[in-house]
Design a protein around this ligand. Structure first.
Ligand code: SF4
Ligand code: MG
Length: 326
């Protein structure tokens, strides 16, 4: 598979001491969906902003289609911005209330000079609205006249307007009512199928991730601690933090129920990241070595990486209780 996006050892330190993203590497292939998961504050939104070049990394490189875009000027980025689009979490604040639906969905085309006149812009807007199941007569409607789910459809079709190769979707359904989430997810999947777009799909909802992702990356305190193909990940996560996230998901069948792993406390501050394994202050199987030696991401299965001294090829839930906390 061709690499569309390659992120290598990227760091983002805010104010000299807040290590929001603390050495993250991953790649994304064409047409692939990589889910980036973790609790709020783990750095996943900062990763998305770095890829969109809305903020500059402190260190590391970001390559898109083989080109180094890490420090590309805003002018040079114009072409890249056509190729990398975004869908934000909140469809209520991310759409300009003073623009009509038609103007919103065609704005990227107008910015990039892709619509020649008003009539063309209007007819394009009508087609775009229909592509996500909205009536063409809504071109003149204002964002406030739409429901949350409809607004997110506008956000999605706006993102697709320029035919991007990558869409960064940051919690695209978490602000929506549960009842409309699956519709919006289905639209995202249908559009991907049709257009061949890759997604970096940021979420903290494991059920959605299971539905959408090809691969899963779990972040904790600014680092990826597990990165694996979806099937392998859901069959047996190898990092205790990933296991704890999965254990919170209701099982589809009682036999598949995982032992619930409740973590003590909140994640430490990114200003004071614990030494050794950064998860040791909350890890249910932490040992002495975990306090002094930082585990690196290691191969623990087919394309399955985990950063834990005790990552092995069997379910962690069965080990909790075997290993006594040090
Ligand atoms: Fe837990 Fe130690 Fe593994 Fe870190 S290295 S996740 S503290 S067992
Ligand atoms: Mg976030």
């Amino acid at each position: 598979m061709n690499k569309l996006l390659e992120v290598t050892d990227v760091r983002k330190i805010f104010g000299g001491s807040v290590r929001a993203v603390d050495g993250v590497s991953f790649s994304l292939a064409e047409r692939e969906t990589l889910a980036l998961v973790g609790e709020s504050g783990c750095g996943k939104s900062t990763v998305s902003r770095l890829i969109l070049r809305l903020t500059d990394p402190t260190e590391g490189t970001i390559r898109f289609e083989g080109r180094d875009i890490t420090h590309m000027s805003q002018g040079a980025l114009k072409d890249i911005r056509r190729e990398i689009q975004f869908v934000f979490q909140d469809p209520f604040s991310s759409l300009d209330p003073r623009m009509t639906a038609g103007e919103i969905v065609t704005e990227p085309l107008a910015i990039h000079g892709k619509v020649r006149n008003k009539a063309e812009r209007r007819s394009t807007a009508e087609q775009l609205l229909q592509a996500v199941g909205l009536s063409a007569k809504h071109v003149e409607s204002w964002p406030r006249q739409f429901s949350g789910g409809q607004r997110q459809r506008l956000g999605i079709i706006r993102a697709f307007a320029l035919g991007p190769r990558l869409i960064v979707a940051d919690e695209p359904v978490s602000a929506l009512d549960v009842s409309v989430r699956s519709q919006v997810i289905n639209i995202l999947q249908d559009m991907q199928e049709e257009k061949g777009t890759a997604y970096l799909f940021i979420s903290h909802d494991m059920a959605t991730v299971k539905h959408m992702a090809d691969r899963v990356a779990v972040m904790y305190l600014g680092k990826i601690v597990e990165l694996a193909p979806k099937a392998s990940f859901f069959a047996g996560p190898q990092h205790p933090y990933a296991e704890s996230l999965l254990s919170a998901v209701p099982a589809s069948h009682p036999n598949k129920r995982r032992k619930r792993i409740l973590l003590a406390g909140d994640p430490p501050s990114p200003i004071r990241i614990p030494g050794g394994c950064r998860f040791h202050t909350r890890c249910p199987i932490a040992q002495d070595i975990c306090k002094s030696q930082e585990p690196s991401l290691q191969l623990v299965g087919d394309n399955h990486l985990a950063a834990c001294h005790f990552a092995k090829a069997w379910p962690i839930a069965s080990r909790i209780g075997e290993l006594q906390p040090a």
